[in-house]
Design a protein around this ligand. Structure first.
Ligand code: ATP
Ligand code: MG
Length: 630
């Protein structure tokens, strides 16, 4: 683990239009955070009280380091809050889900009532196939409404879902099926991606070999002619729903019953199977969807993640639906058939809240302003980001080109493990490019040294969380020891594994992973600092840096750089970039080597895998690369 270190902080601040704060349901940060600090348990009980429970909790929180239980004794079903609550009331005919396929004009919409009924029918089908509370179901599907139905149907009957992103191959799927002992795999014949069919079912065929727990494979057949189902194990998605009653009482779940297992992105090592439970997770995702995104009744909310990642779990499915939002989902990729695709969708559906990842923003920057410029993006109200540090340059571009300098940028720091947003700049609060913001009310965050002592502003250190929160993971599936290390590395803190720095106002900038730290001549550098400095050069679209052994300095910075369209690699540009970083951060951060590349190794969730670059550079074994994008 690194020592603490000095960080050069940007000083720019943007102030959103005051109407954002006036209309926000959270109110200003100081007051809301103060309300939480005055009575932490009362704060969470208040949020939980906005939802419907079959039985109220005895205690809000029980904490026996490192194990937390939230809303003990409470009984609930998360789908009751995502569906029944709305379908029984004024939101009955509100659109819950809008799906847009890859082909122009292919779309489907479901009201809350319709979605509710579909989920209950599919839940009954699962029950009929013998799935009971506590059984595990693996979902390996493209992003179609049936995927959302499958997820919610599992939760309806208390089955634990393990969603595997449809971009994974057979080996990764096989491991996850076995690891979770899934009884059923739900899939589709194909997904559509860039005009091609991805043969999901063929991959499942391979993945279920030697996975003896699997009793049935449910196949959603989309393509014509219908794919033939071969073995007895295989059943058709629509057929199993046929004749099923659209009424299925929700399973009564204990607040601490597991809801799902989900693997982390595998950016820094072998993915961890994170276990989340029903009650706390529901409260956390509902709270942040409603109050951090500041969802309003008429919002058209679009999170571009896939349900195969935590962002999709929390902010496509559970959070926004618990908050009664209209959620847009789409099977499209951002640059097919052209880089205007997503902006066309924003215009077409009047999207108001848009939530994406820095990797997508940097890709759009590379294609240039003319693509978003062709569409009317005036419906947009709030722009979100998650997954990696949002470089100041990417912030500026997102803010001015997409948000027309009028939309708050919501850079949300959180993890699969945290289940919900932890750090963000609340809508209406002053924004600082490069800084995610302050801990949201309900969350206690600190930046500390190796011994756990808080470090002053301007000094980089380890990002930790000091108090348990409702949607925290409860364990790592099959590896509770790994769970305990999160809480035991630094005394009484949850260690996130990220480096961060705070400014005088308590705003937090994430500097990269503590595993990726570069130590040049005794000085620590977070990867994000150097990468952001590179990205701030007009020629650079994306950059990744690693530390390379150096006989004099201990480590030297090597940078891998993708250029924006219209720029040519060359010696002169290399020197320019080195000078640019030197001017921005000083001589320590200066790359000693720059390599121009056309792509960077990324996880399938779109994060740069620096450990792969490093291993390749040094001729070492890259370790677990199961989540590496092809
Ligand atoms: P693994 O834990 O397997 O290495 P991962 O950490 O990438 O994978 P996720 O849970 O998907 O798995 O990602 C969480 C991490 O993503 C955080 O620890 C952080 O490094 C990064 N991250 C997420 N949001 C932000 C953000 N807004 N700013 C900076 N970093 C972010
Ligand atoms: Mg992680």
């Amino acid at each position: 683990m690194p020592e603490t270190f000095d960080v050069k902080l940007e000083k720019k601040t943007y102030r959103p239009d005051p109407t954002y704060l006036e209309g926000s349901s959270m109110g200003d940060w100081e007051t809301a955070y103060g309300r939480f600090m005055d009575d932490p348990e009362g704060f969470w009980a208040g949020i939980a009280g906005e939802l419907e429970w079959f039985r109220k909790w005895d205690r809000v929180k029980e904490w026996k380091h490192p194990y937390a239980r939230w809303f003990t004794g409470a009984k609930l079903n998360i789908t009751h809050n995502c569906l029944d609550r709305h379908a029984a009331g004024d939101r009955r005919n509100k659109v819950a889900l809008i799906w847009r396929g890859e082909e122009e004009g292919t779309e489907r919409m479901y009201t809350y009532r319709q979605l509710h009924r579909m989920v209950m029918r599919f839940a009954n089908a699962l029950k009929k196939m013998g799935i009971k509370k506590g059984d595990t179901v693996c979902i390996y599907m493209p992003l179609v409404p049936e995927q959302i139905v499958a997820i919610l149907a599992c939760a309806r009957i208390g089955a634990v879902h393990s969603i595997v992103y449809g971009g994974f191959g057979a080996a990764a799927l096989h491991t996850r099926i076995r690891d979770a002992k899934a009884k059923i795999v739900i899939t589709a014949d194909v997904g559509y991606r860039r005009g091609k069919r991805v043969p999901l079912k063929t991959i499942v065929d391979e993945a279920v070999i030697n996975a003896s727990s699997v009793e049935k494979v449910i196949v959603l057949r989309r393509a014509k002619p219908l794919l033939e189902l071969i073995s007895e194990m295989e059943v058709d998605f629509d057929e199993v729903m046929e004749g099923m009653a659209p009424v299925c009482e929700p399973e009564v779940m204990d607040a601490e019953d597991p809801l799902f297992i989900l693997y982390t992105s595998g950016t820094t090592g072998t993915p961890k199977g994170i276990v989340h439970t029903c009650g706390g997770y529901m409260v956390g995702t509902y709270y942040t969807s409603k109050y951090v995104f500041d969802l309003k009744e008429n919002d058209i909310y679009w999170c571009t993640a896939d349900p195969g990642w935590i962002t999709g779990h929390s902010y496509i499915v559970y959070g926004p639906l618990a908050a009664g939002a209209t959620v847009l989902i789409t099977e499209t990729v951002p640059d097919y058939p052209d880089p205007g695709t997503w902006w066309r969708i924003v215009e077409e559906f009047g999207v108001t809240i848009f939530y994406t990842a820095p990797t997508a923003i940097r890709m759009f920057m590379r294609f240039g302003e003319e693509w978003p410029g062709r569409y009317n993006l005036n419906s947009l109200r709030i722009l979100g980001s998650v997954g990696e540090p949002l470089n100041p340059e990417a912030f500026e571009w997102y803010y001015s080109v997409i948000g027309k300098s009028a939309c708050p940028i919501l850079d949300t720091w959180w993890q699969t493990e945290t289940g919900m947003h932890m750090i963000a700049t609340l809508v209406g609060e002053p924004m600082k490019p490069g800084f995610a913001g302050r801990p949201i009310p309900g969350v206690v965050v600190d930046v500390v040294d190796r011994e756990g002592n808080p470090v002053p502003p301007g000094i980089g250190g380890l990002l930790v969380i000091k108090e348990p929160w409702p949607s925290m993971m409860r364990t790592v599936h099959g590896n509770d020891e790994r769970y305990r290390t999160y809480w035991n590395t630094i005394d009484a803190c949850y260690t996130a594994g990220d480096l961060a720095v705070r400014d005088e106002d308590g705003y937090i900038m994430v500097l990269g992973r503590s595993d990726d730290i570069i130590i040049v001549a005794g000085h620590n550098l977070g990867t994000a600092e150097v990468e952001s400095a590179l990205v701030s050069h007009e020629a650079v679209a994306e950059a990744a840096v690693i530390g390379k052994p150096d006989p004099v300095k201990g480590q030297a910075v090597k940078a891998f750089v993708i250029l924006r369209l219209g720029f040519e690699p060359g010696e002169k540009l290399k020197q320019d970039l080195i000078y640019h970083v030197r001017m921005g951060l000083g001589p320590i951060a200066m790359p000693s080597e720059i390599e121009f590349v056309t792509s960077l190794p990324k996880t399938r969730s779109g994060k740069i895998m620096r450990r792969v670059l490093k291993a390749k550079e040094m001729g070492m074994d890259p370790g677990d690369i199961s989540t590496l994008e092809d």
